[in-house]
Design a protein around this ligand. Sequence first.
Ligand code: SF4
Ligand code: SF4
Ligand code: SF4
Length: 197
Amino acid sequence: MGEEKKYNRRDFLATGARFSLAFGVLGLAGIAAQNSRAGGTVWQIDPFKCTQCGRCATDCVLSESAVKCVHAYDLCGYCDLCGGYFKPGVTDLNTGAENQLCPTAAIERKFIEEPYFEYIINEELCIGCGKCVKGCTSFGNGSLHLQIRHDLCDNCNECAIARVCPSDAIRRVQANDPYLIKGDFTASEKTTWTNKI
Ligand code: SF4
Ligand code: SF4
Ligand code: SF4
């Protein structure tokens, strides 16, 4: 299979995975800061309260939801049977469209080494439906989660999704620390990311 280009998992986990999320958050934080009002607050999803009801995909005022899936690579088990990637009950663990849980094929599955795979979100395709998050939470480490992307969000006075969220998972956070990312990220790392804006 073309996807089965070999990577050394130890090297991968030590460098690539960590940096991929760090740079991702750096980008998100930088864009958020540009959009935010000084000293203000913005809307964000608490990933520990979100129950993946699907309304993040349908109730944003924007035609394309400002909510996207984020992957905390340091929490990921790199499972060959990923609950966020595969539909429940699949028998063939391959990238066939019929096996994929994501309705927009926004998750790329890349072989690392037996039996480990990396799952990468294509943000252009992600609609924030949360199906992969539910799958990863029910059968996996819960490393996939939803966040409001502040390069997309209009920061409405009252977030239309928060109004209908059944889990009270969306709240205001400080604009200079606009993400509630899961994973083992220390306060100093977050501060570093913020200071680089
Ligand atoms: S509306 Fe609330 S519970 Fe539903 S997916 Fe969004 S944050 Fe999660
Ligand atoms: S399943 Fe939904 S939330 Fe997950 S990557 Fe696909 S479109 Fe995004
Ligand atoms: S604040 Fe407005 S633009 Fe941002 S996620 Fe909520 S509804 Fe969408």
